[in-house]
Design a binder for this molecule. Structure first.
Ligand code: P6P
Length: 333
C-alpha cells in the first residue's frame, strides 16, 4: 500500500469535511454496509472450507442449521442496517415485500435497497460474488414508509455501491462526488482506500460482456451489435469477450478496464434478467459518476420510473461510446 493509509471511516469523515452538503446523516448506513461486508466476506471465504468440513447442506459442526449464503447475507444486512438510526425501510432481493423499520425505533429519513449476495450460485465454483446497495431519501411524511418512497428513479439516489467478494474483498461506492474503492485488509479488518475518484476508461479496452448462449433469443439489432463487436470494420480495434456470469464482477472489470456489459431483452425474458432497484440503478449511478453511461437500450437508466420493487430492466452499461453504439443498433428494433 503506497501513500497514506486511509480507512473507509476516515474517508467518509474527510468527505463530510470537504463537501458541506454531505451531512453525514447516511454515514451510519455506509459504516453499516462496511461492517456487513466484513461479516459476509468471512462467510463467503469460508464457504469452500465449510464444504470441506462436510457441513454443507443441513447442519454445521456446532449443530446449527447451515443457511444458504444469500439467506445468511440477507440476515446480516437486515440485522446490521435495521439498527442504523437513519433508515425507515429496506428493500431486499431476498424479500418479496419491503421491510419497515419498527416505528418504536424512531425511523430515519432514508431507504435502502440491496441485493445481499448477487451471483450466489457461483460460490460453489469459487467465482466472485457481490453485494449491491442503493440509498434514497424517504419522501413521505410520518414514520411509515409509503410505496412512493420505494419507487423512485435512480437519479434520486443519494448513494450507491457494491462489495465484490473476489480475490480480495472490495467496497466501491459513490455519494455523488465521485467513485471510490476500498480494499479489505483482512490482517487488520479494515477497508483501506485503494482507488480515489475512479474513472471508467473511455474509449477503454474493447471488451464486450454478454451471455452469447441467448443469441437466438436476441432482437435483430442486438444480434447485429454483437456481430459488429466480433467483426469490427476494417482497421477497427479487435474486441475481446469476457463474461463471468456474476454482475458485480463483470461490472467491476468494466469500471476498471472499460468496455460494455450487457444483459439485453430476450424472447424468454423481454425485460432482461437484472433488477432495476437494487442491481442496475446503483450500478448506473456508479458508472455515470465514473464518466460512463447506463441505458436500458433506449433510455438513461437513472431516468426510469420504477413500477415494482423487483422490476427487471434490459441493461447496457460501460464506456459511453460503446453504450451509445448499442443504443444506435437497438433503435432499429
Ligand atoms: P445468466 C447472477 O445470477 C445474475 O443475477 C447476475 O449476477 C449475472 O450478471 C446474471 O445473473 C447472469 O445471468 O442468464 O447469464 O446466467
Amino acid at each position: 500500500m503506497t501513500g497514506p493509509i486511509v480507512t473507509v471511516e476516515h474517508f467518509i469523515a474527510e468527505q463530510e469535511r470537504e463537501h458541506p452538503q454531505a451531512t453525514g446523516a447516511f454515514t451510519d448506513i455506509l459504516l453499516g454496509i462496511s461492517l456487513a461486508a466484513k461479516v459476509i466476506s468471512a462467510a463467503v471465504n469460508r464457504a469452500g472450507l465449510i464444504d470441506v468440513l462436510g457441513v454443507s447442506g443441513t447442519e454445521n459442526v456446532h449443530g446449527e442449521a447451515v443457511q444458504k449464503l444469500d439467506d445468511y447475507a440477507n440476515g446480516v444486512l437486515v440485522g446490521i442496517l435495521g439498527r442504523c438510526g437513519s433508515l425507515s425501510g429496506m428493500i431486499s432481493e431476498e424479500e418479496e415485500g419491503f421491510i419497515q423499520i419498527p416505528e418504536s425505533r424512531d425511523p430515519g429519513p432514508y431507504i435502502i435497497a440491496f441485493d445481499p449476495l448477487d451471483g450466489s450460485s457461483n460460490i460453489d465454483v469459487n467465482i466472485s460474488v457481490g453485494t449491491i446497495f442503493s440509498v434514497y431519501r424517504k419522501r413521505s411524511d410520518g414514520p411509515r414508509v409509503q410505496i412512493d418512497d420505494l419507487l423512485q428513479p435512480g437519479s434520486e439516489q443519494l448513494a450507491a455501491g457494491y462489495v465484490l467478494y473476489g480475490s480480495s474483498t472490495m467496497l466501491v461506492f459513490t455519494t455523488g462526488t465521485g467513485v471510490h474503492g476500498f480494499t479489505l485488509d483482512p490482517g487488520i479488518g479494515e477497508f483501506l482506500l485503494s482507488y480515489r475518484n475512479m474513472r471508467i476508461p473511455s474509449p477503454g479496452k474493447n471488451i464486450y460482456s454478454i451471455n452469447e448462449a441467448y443469441h437466438d433469443q436476441w432482437t435483430p439489432g442486438q444480434q447485429r451489435l454483437v456481430e459488429r463487436f466480433r467483426r469490427p470494420p476494417t482497421g477497427g480495434a479487435p474486441f475481446s469477450a469476457r463474461y463471468v456470469g456474476s454482475m458485480v464482477a463483470d461490472f467491476h472489470r468494466t469500471l476498471l478496464r472499460g468496455g460494455i456489459f450487457m444483459y439485453p431483452a430476450t424472447t424468454k425474458s423481454p425485460e432482461g434478467k437484472l433488477r432495476l432497484l437494487y442491481e442496475v440503478a446503483p450500478m448506473a449511478m456508479i458508472c455515470e459518476q465514473a464518466g460512463g453511461r447506463a441505458s436500458d437500450g433506449r433510455s438513461r437508466v437513472l431516468d426510469l420510473q420504477p413500477t415494482g420493487l423487483h422490476q427487471r430492466v434490459p441493461t447496457f452499461i460501460g464506456s459511453p461510446g460503446l453504450v451509445e453504439m448499442a443504443e444506435r443498433y437497438l433503435a432499429d428494433d
